[in-house]
Design a protein around this ligand. Structure first.
Ligand code: AMP
Ligand code: MG
Length: 396
């Protein structure tokens, strides 16, 4: 048996080595960047007007001039124009390049304009105002996005501005979700009184889908020979096997022995945690197996606590950790890390976690109210209202 911290560090030092692939810009949302992205030119690429108004030479204004002859108009998308006389000005539109010979822009709101002249009606003119200077955001060749960045709509905007039509991203591992148990039937079946539907498989598949990862489903009976044959094949066909059930101490819990007999190297078996104590993890080269206990809440908790961060780290990104504050005191006396199911509420900017007790780890029905769990450390038994603990969220 290992502690939660040991299990975490073992898993995180055994990461999947992903392949990479080029995908087009419109397909890379939600994927993780596998190449550094550099600025292809300065940003902004030219001294850019941020207001509609006039561009002038500040020195003339400084010497007391307030009335300027309009020489021409500099529109956005035009080549740079030139101010001929220091006592003149050029009308300029937002997004246009600053005309040569000018250094300051005054907005229409601060002008009185006739067809040929602009008169400044404010005293507050600052040299260089209303200009977004070339390279003031980033310089050409500067790093814009690093490897491991999750591509969200803002990154798409950046990639588009530097003209990236295709992007190198990490390819997710191929997942198979394997449910085990003779009591399980498919979801379109009417279960006999002693049977249940295999909800875990769908919960795991959806949790992976939230991460943009497709997966296949497989069901195996509690039969050692059958498990041996099908898991062997799954190890050939897939990168990650996500099993649920068959890892406890029951007479028909064959999963750990079958995996070990197939040469899968055990990373750990059993974690001092509740729920999810019987969890098993192993690897075979760049293939990984997570055998989660079958109780639906255990399966779900172990996925979020171990598999999801492992996957994100493997893809080069760092999962975000956060804490939430207990809104009611809670006590747990076992010598185990306790995963306390909670409902979250943001109250006045504080993330409050209300314990949802009652549902055992077999009770999937209780999950409908639950947003995640607080990880309550093993070396304490009293957890007071107002204390903050690590939050593992079930919601994206
Ligand atoms: P096990 O880990 O195989 O001992 O299973 C523990 C409990 O979880 C049993 O009550 C199983 O019926 C239940 N269980 C196992 N696999 C699933 C599944 N895929 N969906 C729902 N419940 C399951
Ligand atoms: Mg079972």
């Amino acid at each position: 048996m290992v502690s939660v911290q040991e299990a975490t560090s073992i898993i995180l030092s055994n990461l999947f080595q992903p392949k990479t692939s080029k995908v087009s810009l419109n397909e890379c949302l939600g994927k993780i960047l596998a190449e550094p992205i550099l600025a292809d030119r300065d940003f902004p690429p030219f001294d850019r007007a941020t207001m509609d108004g006039i561009a002038l030479a500040f020195d003339s204004y400084k010497q007391g001039q307030t009335n300027f002859k309009i020489e021409s108009i500099q529109a956005a998308g035009e080549f740079q124009k030139k101010l001929n006389s220091n006592s003149g000005c050029i009308e300029i539109m937002t997004g246009a390049t600053l005309p040569e010979g000018t250094d300051t822009i005054i907005s229409y709101e601060q002008l009185e304009i006739t067809k040929e002249h602009a008169t400044i009606v404010t005293k507050q003119v600052v040299k260089g105002q209303n200009i977004h200077l070339q390279g003031s955001d980033v310089k050409k060749d500067q790093l814009l996005l690093k490897v491991g960045t999750l591509i969200s709509p803002s990154e798409i905007a950046l990639l588009a501005s530097i003209g990236k039509t295709s992007v190198l991203v990490f390819s997710a591992p191929k997942f198979v979700i394997i449910s085990t148990g003779n009591e399980l039937v498919d979801i379109d079946q009417i279960p006999l009184p002693f049977q249940i539907r295999k909800s875990n498989s769908y919960a795991l598949q959806a949790a992976l889908a939230e991460l943009g990862i497709a997966s296949q489903l497989l069901h195996l009976p509690d039969n050692q020979d059958q498990l041996q044959i099908d898991i062997k094949q799954a190890l050939l066909d897939f990168d990650v096997l996500l099993l649920s059930g068959g890892v406890s101490k029951g007479k028909f819990d064959f999963v750990p022995s079958v995996l070990e007999s197939l040469g899968v190297h055990k990373l750990f078996h059993q974690v001092s945690q509740k729920p999810g104590k019987p969890m098993w993890a192993g690897s075979l080269g760049n293939k990984f197996v997570f055998a989660l206990p079958g109780n639906p809440v255990s399966t779900f908790s172990c996925f979020h606590r171990y598999v999801k961060p492992w996957l994100l780290r493997s893809m080069g990104t760092k999962p975000i950790t956060s804490k939430a504050i207990l809104s009611k005191s809670f006590s747990f006396k076992g010598d185990l890390t306790y995963f306390l199911q909670v409902k979250l509420a943001n109250i006045e900017g504080y993330l409050m976690a209300e314990p949802i007790v009652g549902g055992g780890s077999g009770d999937f029905v209780s999950l409908k109210e639950v947003d995640g769990f607080l990880e309550l450390p093993r070396d304490k038994s009293e957890f007071k209202m107002g204390e903050a603990y690590l939050l593992v969220s079930f919601r994206a």
